[in-house]
Write a protein that binds this ligand. Structure first.
Ligand SMILES: NC(=O)c1ccc[n+]([C@@H]2O[C@H](COP(=O)([O-])OP(=O)(O)OC[C@H]3O[C@@H](n4cnc5c(N)ncnc54)[C@H](OP(=O)(O)O)[C@@H]3O)[C@@H](O)[C@H]2O)c1
Length: 246
């Protein structure tokens, strides 16, 4: 894997360098939201309804590292259902346990027998509301989930709950609906986007979806890595312009 950006002599990236490149800002006192996606060069986020066919060694290497750097993995229920999510395997760096998977679901329609609950070292957090049927919430709690009933599932409410638990290094793994909500709320600090050298065509959606399309957000390029035609892009929230004094 070669580092192409910031500009300079392209250099091979070892594990220590990779971890330094993707380190969260130090001393966080509020959630920092990193979002990670993989897409084809024509913008498809799935092949046959799943992201698995878009993967590569480079993407898997960074995907694994991002989980090790995160304190929580935030994900929408659609992705959990489509990808049959299970718990993260490796401990968060500096902690003894893997990051919990925090699932956003208005319906609480998650299978209590799924890998999310049966194949995990730590209980998943299920973020839902009291409009989800109580029996579904109870079944998930009985299966070991940490079920949290919030007034609303807005990005602000979700991140406030994570902050309340001291979970500041947030890794959102999608999907497009949850990411669209985060974009609309201007809650995204960083996007890690792997571009797979594939053309998919077909009906696949893009990485963000939502109803509120107003107000595009400007981002700045923070890093580019390359391996075997795969680009790993990192964009950060553009720092606010410094107002001249006087
Ligand atoms: N290429 C990639 O990197 C990548 C990454 C992730 C996902 N994907 C793909 O994306 C597809 C899933 O897309 P999706 O848009 O359905 O994914 P999603 O955002 O993971 O799931 C949407 C569902 O999550 C819940 N949800 C999300 N945000 C919510 C909010 N603010 N308030 C209430 N509920 C919320 C709702 O669940 P309930 O229906 O339970 O209420 C909603 O139906 C899958 O095919 C997956 O493979 C690809």
């Amino acid at each position: 894997m070669i580092e192409l950006w910031p500009p300079g002599e392209p250099t091979e990236v070892d594990d220590a360098r990779l971890a330094a490149l993707y380190a969260y800002p130090a001393g966080l006192t509020a959630p920092f939201v990193r979002v990670n996606f993989v897409s084809t060069i024509d913008g498809a986020v799935t092949l046959d309804g799943r992201s698995a066919g878009l993967g590569s060694d480079a993407d898997r290497r960074v995907f694994g590292l991002l989980r090790q750097l995160a304190e929580v993995v935030l994900v929408g229920a659609g992705t959990v259902r489509a990808e049959d999510y299970r718990g993260a395997r490796r401990p968060t760096r500096g902690r003894g346990t893997p990051p919990p998977i925090a699932v956003v679901t208005g319906s609480a329609d998650l299978d209590p027998g799924s890998r999310l609950l049966t194949d995990t070292a730590v209980p998943p957090i299920v973020l839902t509301t009291d409009s989800a049927p109580a029996e579904r919430r109870d079944r998930l709690a009985a299966a070991g989930a940490d079920v949290v009933v919030l007034d609303r599932l807005t990005p602000g409410a979700l991140l406030a709950e994570l902050a309340r638990r001291g979970l500041h290094r947030v890794l959102c793994e999608g999907g497009p609906s949850l990411f669209g909500d985060l974009v609309a709320a201007d809650a995204v600090d960083e996007l890690c986007l792997t571009v797979a050298p594939l053309l998919a065509g077909g009906p696949a959606g893009r990485i963000a979806r939502g109803t509120d399309g107003s107000g595009s957000r400007s981002s700045e390029l923070a890093g580019v890595l390359h391996e075997e035609g795969v680009l790993l892009l990192r964009y950060r929230r553009r720092s606010p312009a410094v107002e001249p004094i006087g």
